[in-house]
Design a protein around this ligand. Structure first.
Ligand code: SF4
Length: 355
């Protein structure tokens, strides 16, 4: 398939998605280069998160911290607050650590795949994407979209985890030495807009003549998925203490582990064995249980949180390690989605920004 990359790039030149971190093909053609800081930031945000969800966060981050030096100079707590809602919070901590490292080295990102992989939070995929897009290194970039396109192009019948190496080898062979970054982005765009998970628009696809799944008449069959293990359910309690002025009692989670360093309402642990987490309310009061538990789905388990609410006077003192967050500050706290849900179950509208 010698001209596959060429055809894909020609398609990309006409149909590339306009994304805030991207240099469009027209600008690339007149020599504009992608800013490694913006590419890195977007790729870290896009790990496990959709383009639609990332756009506003990306815009807010680059407006507030336009360079890696600015991000390195920001207090970690502010970065965590700005990240709240994007999920997978270890990404934010690693991102801050990587920014500190790059800034300490003068602000230049490593320009090779190997160098990039030394940065905290930058794994094989992210390093390859940055190396190709920001530095034109002809390395194979394989995200979920690319995986699907390649699995269909070559009608790969092996289920995906086991097929990863074969997919990477195909992508490596197809990646051109000229414009490898645009080629990677073109593959991603094709997967996102044409070669979609369900009912791909093969009639519009520039690679149709090369595609074995299309020739076989059943592209939806690929990529073949291995049977999924069922997600277990964990159970716990959350205590939403509300003061008469609307302030809510919060505390910070331990720095390591799930949602590490993020803010939460007091609550129990969430044991992974059967049974419900044990935890006492943070203050003595008249605690009332919300009618239905809050459900949140994490990657490896589903959480059912029983929410309890109690009211207190403005004179109530926060226990050690806790603070009262007034209504105007609550929406800006580093609250992960599950905690926002718990607070909303007890105080509807409390975590939404006021206009
Ligand atoms: S022809 Fe269809 S299945 Fe094949 S790569 Fe194109 S959109 Fe995907």
């Amino acid at each position: 398939m010698p001209d596959l990359a060429e055809r894909l790039l020609a398609w990309y030149d006409r149909h590339a998605r306009r994304l805030p971190w991207r240099v469009p093909p027209d600008n690339r053609a007149v020599g504009e280069r992608a800013d490694p800081y913006r590419v890195w930031l977007s790729e870290v945000m896009l790990q496990q998160t959709t383009v639609a969800a990332v756009k506003s966060y990306f815009a807010a981050f680059v407006a507030r911290w336009p360079t890696v030096h600015d991000l390195a100079a920001a207090p970690e707590a502010e970065v965590m607050k700005a990240w709240a809602g994007l999920g997978y919070y270890s990404r934010a901590r690693n991102m801050k650590a990587a920014a500190d490292l790059v800034a300490a080295r003068g602000g230049r990102f490593p320009a090779t795949l190997a160098g990039l992989m030394d940065l905290p939070g930058v794994g094989g995929y992210t390093a390859a994407a940055i190396a190709a897009i920001a530095f034109d290194e002809p390395v194979a970039v394989v995200d979920g979209n690319v995986e699907r396109v390649i699995a269909r192009l070559f009608a790969i019948g092996t289920p995906v985890p086991a097929a990863k190496e074969a997919i990477r080898a195909h992508q490596s062979r197809l990646t051109p030495r000229e414009r490898p970054g645009d080629y990677a982005q073109a593959m991603m765009d094709l997967g996102a807009t044409i070669c979609t998970p369900k009912r791909p628009a093969c009639a519009l696809c520039p690679l149709r003549d090369d595609c074995r799944a299309f020739a076989d008449g059943d592209p939806d069959r690929y990529p073949v998925k291995a049977a999924k293990a069922e997600r277990p359910t964990r159970r716990g309690h959350a205590f939403v203490a509300v003061r008469s002025d609307g302030a809510v009692l919060l505390r910070r989670r331990a720095p390591e582990g799930l949602l590490g360093g993020m803010t939460e309402v007091p609550g129990s642990d969430w044991p992974d064995k059967s049974g419900t987490g044990q935890g006492a309310p943070p203050l003595a009061g008249e605690w009332r249980e919300a009618p239905a538990p809050v459900v949140h789905v994490f990657t490896h388990f589903r959480l059912e949180l029983t929410v309890h609410r109690a009211e207190f006077s403005v004179a109530a003192t926060a226990p050690s390690g806790h603070w009262w967050s007034p209504p105007e500050e609550l929406p800006g706290e580093a609250l992960p989605s599950v905690m926002k849900k718990a607070i909303e179950a007890a105080v509807p509208g409390a975590t939404k920004k006021r206009r």
